[in-house]
Design a protein around this ligand. Structure first.
Ligand code: NAI
Length: 445
């Protein structure tokens, strides 16, 4: 579902005309397919810390072509900039400017990934240097072209650069799974988690529930979790029963017709998953609705229905999951938020309150799941090409989809890939986080 403009300007005369007129030239993004190479060329690892050596060794163990020094004019699949030993702002200069010339050699859809430490704790000078990486990476991501992205990994105190969560995030950011994730950081808070035995089926043996799975992003999540090896329970309202059955059949899973705002929704989900598949490992809260209106014209029904479906239902279901003995073995919850809940959107006070709510809920639930070795995170999509966004009037839609670093809308699969990563044990050390899948919005947050 690449938009027509992007197809037109990606080659031949269209590309030349767009270039002459200074029009946006969105790249055709490389997206994940099982078995494809992780990156499009050698990886340059820059940094002189022990962490940099350990990361280079880990990448070599993945059979990747690793360079510790740039080879002039050699095309690179990616640059890993390891900055985990910064003590003062001046420490940034040497590694950053050493990596800089190699940006010219980045192949299309190339990757830049920084690895640094969370700013909190440490001396003011160390905090300044570490926080500096934030501004540096987000600016650098805006300078990249041809589908290349820049993202960062933040290590909490005591977490090594090769902890499972750090290597899991590194693999995700380097791979085509993160095609529409740009200018973002994930924080690895602990050394929990485990890298998969088979990188193509990281969810093998897991049972995953996906709400709102009859269409759109939810259907893409169901397909992606199935592709990654999970058994999927597809949940949606009875009125969407036919489409739900189609999706469930396609992913060889089961369908559960259920309005998630019912009081007993949590119990119904657990009973179905355990009764039909013997276990429950992953719950993806994707179902969501919009009832847009300027606040000045907002009525009670529009307000309460959005809050109820988008956040209150998730809280009720989580209570049931947390109380259940069937959700105790490294359980994972991933919720779908929205960049509206971060930057705000005119006409969406109810929706943005509900999606801001999802992010607050995820942060506060993380310690409760940690007791069972579990994790909970949110994914905040930006402009995604779905039936919902296809209904936006042409001019507004065209502006909305171009206003990010990749100059195009994302696909449902892009959201699904981020969810599949956070649902995997490789992301076990990441919890209470919000990962944006927005191509790095140019305006707003
Ligand atoms: P959609 O409207 O195409 O699909 C939502 C699905 O949820 C539908 O199948 C619907 O029947 C189901 N659903 C609604 N209420 C339900 C309930 N009470 N119980 C069970 N199922 C229910 O929406 P889309 O675009 O696929 O969005 C999925 C999620 O992504 C939502 O949470 C949405 O807020 C979020 N999102 C979407 C963005 C986009 O650009 N499309 C951007 C940011 C967030």
């Amino acid at each position: 579902m690449t938009d027509t403009y992007t197809r037109l300007v990606s080659k031949g005369v269209g590309r030349d005309v767009a270039k002459k007129l200074g029009l946006p030239q969105p790249a055709l993004l490389r997206r994940y397919q099982p078995g494809q190479p992780l990156v499009n060329g050698p990886l340059l690892v820059v940094g002189s810390s022990e962490g940099a050596d350990a990361i280079a060794a880990a990448l070599l163990a993945w059979d990747l072509d690793v360079r510790r020094h740039a080879v002039p004019q050699e095309k690179l699949g990616g640059i890993v900039l390891v900055l985990d030993d910064l003590e003062k702002p001046g420490d940034l200069e040497e590694p950053v400017l050493r990596a800089a010339p190699s940006l010219r050699d980045l192949a299309p859809n190339g990757r830049v990934v920084t690895v640094s430490r969370v700013p909190d704790g440490g001396t003011p000078a160390a905090a300044a240097a570490r926080q500096g990486v934030d501004g540096l990476l987000r600016s650098l991501a805006k300078e990249l072209r041809a589908g290349a992205t820049g993202n960062g990994i933040l290590l909490a105190a005591g977490v090594s650069a090769t902890a499972p969560g750090a290597l899991g995030a590194l693999r995700f950011f380097l791979s085509a799974r993160s095609a529409f994730v740009d200018g973002q950081f994930v924080r690895v808070g602990s050394s929990d988690g485990k890298l998969p035995d088979d990188v193509d089926t990281p969810l093998s043996g897991k049972v995953a529930v996906v709400t709102g799975a009859a269409r759109g992003i939810g259907a893409a999540i169901a397909r992606t979790l199935h592709r990654d090896g999970a058994t999927v329970v597809a949940v949606d309202i009875p009125a969407a029963g036919d489409h739900l059955a189609e999706v469930a059949n396609e992913v060889r899973g089961t369908a559960l017709q259920l309005d998630i705002s019912r009081d007993d929704a949590g119990a119904r989900i657990i009973d179905h998953a355990v009764g039909r598949h013997g276990r429950l490992d992953i719950v993806v809260h994707n179902a969501g609705i919009t009832r847009d209106k300027l606040l000045v014209n907002m009525d009670h029904s529009r307000w309460s229905s959005v809050i109820d479906v988008n956040i209150a239902a998730q809280l009720r279901i989580n209570d049931a999951l947390l109380a259940s003995e069937h959700f105790r073995s490294s359980p994972r919850i991933v919720s779908v938020a929205s960049t509206s809940g971060i930057a705000g959107n005119r006409g969406q006070t109810n929706y943005a309150a509900s999606k801001g709510g999802v992010m607050g809920m995820v942060r506060a639930t993380a310690p409760l799941l940690a007791r069972h070795g579990g994790s909970i995170n949110a994914v905040a999509p930006g402009f995604i090409e779905t039936e919902m966004t296809a209904r936006i009037p042409f001019a507004t839609r065209e502006i909305a989809r171009r206003l990010n670093s990749l100059q195009q809308g994302g696909r449902p699969q892009d959201v699904a890939e981020a969810i599949a990563f956070l649902a995997s044990d490789a992301a076990g050390g990441i919890s209470g986080e919000v990962l944006r899948v927005c191509g790095q919005n140019m305006v707003g947050a």
